[in-house]
Design a protein around this ligand. Structure first.
Ligand code: SF4
Ligand code: SF4
Length: 321
């Protein structure tokens, strides 16, 4: 018996056949006992929940006062690649005599929508959104042209909220990942994160009384995790003789890590490719140039210099002279 270039005896072929059958049956049995996902639509219409990202029909949310957020700017219409949206605005005169454009009609042709969501993304006022309604079938295509603004609806008016007369505001600086908002940080330094917070006392109904505070809850944080910068070390060759090289180094240590950290920063060097003898010099916090000298060098000696602190990686690799 021959199968895929393999030759089987009668018994070998039988065993192979049974094993491949068992492999297939394993999958069938696993799927048979798996939790069923078949949706009994339309019987389950009431409970059926589409996944969150599903885009059903474009709509314009209205609040309980029949107000929406659309200002008839037309950006969604311009963003639509299919001419699916038609925004019609009208100009009215406000109480203080100013001219203002308002939304008259917002038409959306569901039949030509490709659900790309460019319109929703283009809207600067979050005035439109997709719901999860997927039952779009109709007998007459004209029924797919929907008016999204409801009869008699209007745009939500911006409300002016005044500061209350007293205790207008309190300002706090606090460490974002550090301390409670009222803790004084005596070590203002690079690497710490600071957050600025302002508490506003507001008079929402213009009766000169404090009605609300913003924000209602002051931010606090629990642990001090200020981020420090490691000292930066620059190294130069200062001078050399026939058997030695003197290096100069300077440390830039903005956050005084060398002073405050318990870890020592060290320069290590070995001379000779297979050398097991390592020389170490401690890096000091200094604004002036420090030096160290590698001696007993011969022509083509391999030497290795690196600096580190505990758990820091090597910074310099092998060199040779
Ligand atoms: S989803 Fe795309 S095609 Fe549909 S109305 Fe918005 S921009 Fe146009
Ligand atoms: S829905 Fe948004 S983008 Fe479109 S007209 Fe209204 S405010 Fe402008």
């Amino acid at each position: 018996m021959e199968y895929k270039d393999k030759k089987y005896t009668y018994l070998g072929g039988l065993v192979h056949g049974i094993s491949t059958l068992a492999t297939g049956m394993k999958t069938s049995i696993k799927v048979y006992f798996r939790k069923k996902v078949t949706e009994q639509y339309p019987e389950n219409r009431k409970e059926l929940k589409m996944f969150d990202r599903f885009r059903g029909t474009l709509n314009m949310p209205h609040n309980e006062n029949n107000e929406h957020r659309c200002v008839a700017c037309g950006l969604c219409q311009m963003a639509c690649p299919n001419d699916t949206i038609k925004v019609t605005g009208e100009t009215i005169e406000t109480e203080d005599g100013k001219k203002k454009k308002i939304l008259a009609k917002y038409e959306y042709d569901l039949g030509s929508c490709i659900f790309c969501q460019l319109c929703v993304n283009a809207c600067p006022h979050d005035a439109i959104t997709f719901d999860q309604n997927f039952e779009h079938a109709v007998f007459d295509r004209t029924k797919l042209v929907l008016q999204l603004n409801r009869p008699g609806s209007k745009v939500i008016e911006k409300k002016t909220i005044n500061f209350a007369e007293e205790e207008n505001y309190t300002i706090y600086f606090f460490l974002k990942d550090g301390t409670d908002y009222n803790t004084v940080d005596t070590e203002l330094r690079r690497g710490n994160n600071y957050t600025f917070s302002i508490d506003l006392s507001l008079d929402t109904n213009n009766d000169k009384e404090i009605d609300t505070n913003y924000p209602s809850k002051k931010p606090t944080s629990e642990t001090i995790t200020s981020i420090k910068e490691e000292p930066k070390i620059k190294m130069y060759i200062d001078s050399s003789t026939s058997n030695s090289i003197t290096y100069k180094y300077i440390v830039v240590d903005y956050d005084n890590a060398l002073v405050k950290e318990e870890d020592k920063y060290l320069i290590h060097y070995t001379v000779g490719e297979d050398s097991t003898e390592e020389y170490t010099t401690e890096i000091s916090n200094t604004a002036s140039m420090e030096t160290f000298t590698l001696s007993n060098l011969t022509n083509e000696t391999i030497y290795n210099i690196y600096y580190n602190k505990a758990n820091m990686a090597e910074k310099y690799g092998k060199r040779s002279c």
